[in-house]
Design a binder for this molecule. Structure first.
Ligand SMILES: [Zn+2]
Length: 174
């Protein structure tokens, strides 16, 4: 599985694709600079999200980005988003099953539930939250795809081989 830098590059790639492909770019509209950076950050956040169940550099970076995004959301008075980021931050507290965060249904469902919780609180920003949700999930799915990509493609090693599980069943990821 790639290092957290590899996942961040994957996140930037996914963001670039969504932002430039005509169909999805149309959905995105013309966000201002702060919104664009926030959406990129949401995508990067998603790209690190699946590794939050273990002690890792990726998890530390995840929380740095999360706090940064929370601060931006707060400064823009997007209180719903601030709550959303807070909910994401406390997800690891409730996770007992290691590896669950690498389930596509989990990365799609958990942010959805978080968004559903805050939408009734602040319905006005529901459409903006949809953008954040999509970029976050896209980033998270890129993480899972990168983790489960084959080590070798056409005989060429594309990432270092690492043990996914130790004997004790504890995940070792970067
Ligand atoms: Zn991972």
């Amino acid at each position: 599985m790639p290092s957290y830098q590899g996942h961040l590059i994957g996140g930037v790639f996914v963001f670039s694709v969504i932002a430039t492909v005509p169909y999805t770019a149309k959905f995105l509209g013309h966000p201002d600079l702060v919104t664009s950076f926030s959406l990129l950050a949401a995508c990067l956040l998603g790209s690190l999200f699946p590794d939050i169940d273990i002690q890792s550099k990726g998890r530390n970076v995840f929380y740095y980005v999360l706090v940064g995004l929370g601060a931006i959301a707060l400064s823009q008075q997007l209180f719903g988003l601030t709550i959303f980021f807070t909910l994401l931050g406390i997800v690891p507290v409730f996770i007992q099953h290691r590896g669950l965060t690498h389930n596509p249904l989990f990365v799609i469902g958990i942010p959805f539930i978080a968004a559903k919780i805050i939408t009734p609180i602040i319905p006005k920003i529901a459409s903006l939250q949809m953008h954040y949700y999509i970029f976050f999930v896209a980033g998270a799915l890129s993480h899972i795809i990168l983790d489960f990509m084959p080590y070798k493609l056409f005989g060429v090693t594309i990432k270092p081989k690492q043990k996914r599980w130790t004997k004790k069943g504890v995940a070792r990821r970067n």
